[in-house]
Design a protein around this ligand. Structure first.
Ligand code: PLP
Length: 422
């Protein structure tokens, strides 16, 4: 097909195609939904219990507790740790708002520390320096290491943060970890002793989201908390029901945050396909890597990643920096919730891609420490604190990725980027 001026008209390539997934398992989904509707049991009940047990088995964790969203999962985990005013919680500034929002909601102080530019995740080395008291820069913000009551590593884009290092820090400083695994269900990491560790399983708490666009997405909101400790598990179970136990008797002030039975039924169907979907995403990522390389579009990682960032990006790469996998594991530990490249002049490339009908998105254009609602934390003017995160927010660009994406479409994405960068 051509337009009058002889330009080919292409079908748009979406960033994510949920319709393709729905079509592939429609019968299974519809019969599970119908069965649930006929059961009349919409709050908690068998469907939720079944899903909680299935997903605990899938993740390899003792307790998996459904809740209303990934945001609530973070909130409930921090509530179970009794975090409140006067406490501080360390996390990444380069994440979805919920990570920082949960901390602030409880009256605690979020402490935003810089990321490792290679994998976009919170840098354990910076966290350790601060906790050891050998980084005085945060004094200007009035936060002391003794105030830190939790650390939230975020597994951004489906690539796990360096959990081996975070677990060592957690043990050494007796500070619990709350993993924000909203984007990383099914991701794994190999530790130096050979152990394979799944996202959201090894820390104190794992927090997952079933927002429709996540790798395991519901037909609405949903979330999950994983925990090994039975007492903390029980506390979360009670907190999600307004702190009520027995019913109508409250020793704690909780919230109303349950996983809908209908969502649990849907998620139970989808869970059976998750590993195949993750493998397909990894395969698509490999195809992108190959196509970008064959097209000669790959730039070396900027030197400032090793030598230190001045805050004023001096990277003069002409191409794209490909996503980085910390540890390869049977073809990939990264489950590619997003396939995110780095480019200079990101905003103009993003606009041009949109104009060409190619879905893309910027996760995230403004770091949390720069958000207006956190201006009273005092980060303004302290650019030296999180330069890599700010740089990532200016250069990161996520491209279409989903299990049903075709190689032809991937080729078109790469060819279009090649033309636009030329
Ligand atoms: C999606 C997401 C959340 C929040 O999940 P919701 O279910 O949308 O509340 C939290 N953290 C990260 C990193 C996310 O991507």
């Amino acid at each position: 097909m051509t337009q009058p001026d002889n330009k080919p008209i292409h079908r748009p390539i979406p960033l994510l195609d949920l319709q393709a997934q729905y079509d592939s398992i429609a019968t299974e989904l519809e019969s599970a939904a119908l069965e649930l509707m006929r059961s009349g049991q919409f709050i908690m009940g068998d469907a939720v219990a079944q899903f909680e047990s299935d997903i605990a088995g899938y993740l390899g964790v003792e307790h998996a507790i459904g809740c209303a969203s990934g945001s609530d999962a973070l909130l409930l985990a921090l509530m179970a740790l009794d975090i409140g005013p006067g406490d501080a919680v360390i996390t990444s500034p380069f994440t979805f708002f919920a990570t920082g929002g949960a901390i602030a909601r409880l009256g605690a102080t979020p402490v935003f520390m810089d990321i490792r530019p290679a994998d976009f995740n919170l840098d354990p080395a910076g966290v350790r320096r601060f906790l050891e008291g050998s980084d005085s820069r945060y004094q200007a913000l009035g936060v002391r290491p003794e105030q830190v009551k939790a650390i939230i590593p975020v597994h951004l884009y489906g690539q796990m943060a360096n959990m081996e290092e975070f677990l060592a820090i957690s043990k050494e400083f007796s500070i619990p970890l709350v993993e924000d695994a909203a984007q990383a269900i099914g991701a794994k990491q190999v530790f130096s002793d050979g152990r394979v560790v799944g996202a959201g399983v090894e820390g104190g708490f794992g927090c997952f989201s079933f927002f429709p666009s996540k790798n395991l997405g519901a037909f609405g909101d949903g979330g999950l908390i994983t925990v090994r400790d039975p007492e903390l598990a029980e506390k979360v179970r009670v907190l999600r029901l307004h702190g009520s136990k027995p019913k109508y008797y409250h020793r704690m002030v909780g919230i109303n945050s349950r996983l809908d039975a209908l969502q649990a039924a849907i998620l139970g169907v989808k869970l059976k396909h998750l590993d195949a979907w993750s493998a397909a995403r990894q395969e698509k990522a490999g195809v992108y890597n190959r196509l970008f390389t064959e097209a000669g579009l790959v730039s070396e990682a900027p030197a400032c990643w090793i030598g230190g960032c001045s805050g004023d990006c001096a990277w003069d790469g002409q191409g794209v920096v490909l996503p980085y996998e910390t540890v390869a594991l049977n073809g990939g530990a990264h489950i590619y919730h997003q396939y995110t490249i780095r480019v200079k002049n990101r905003d103009s490339l993003a606009q041009d891609l949109t104009d060409a009908g190619i879905g893309n998105s910027v996760y995230y254009p403004l770091c949390l420490h720069q958000q207006e609602c956190f201006s009273d934390l005092g980060y303004a003017g302290l650019e030296e604190l999180c330069p890599h995160a700010v740089c990532a927010s200016n250069q990161a660009l996520s491209l279409p990725i989903y299990p049903e994406l075709s190689e032809d479409d991937q080729r078109r994405v790469v060819e279009t980027i090649g033309k636009l960068l030329a």
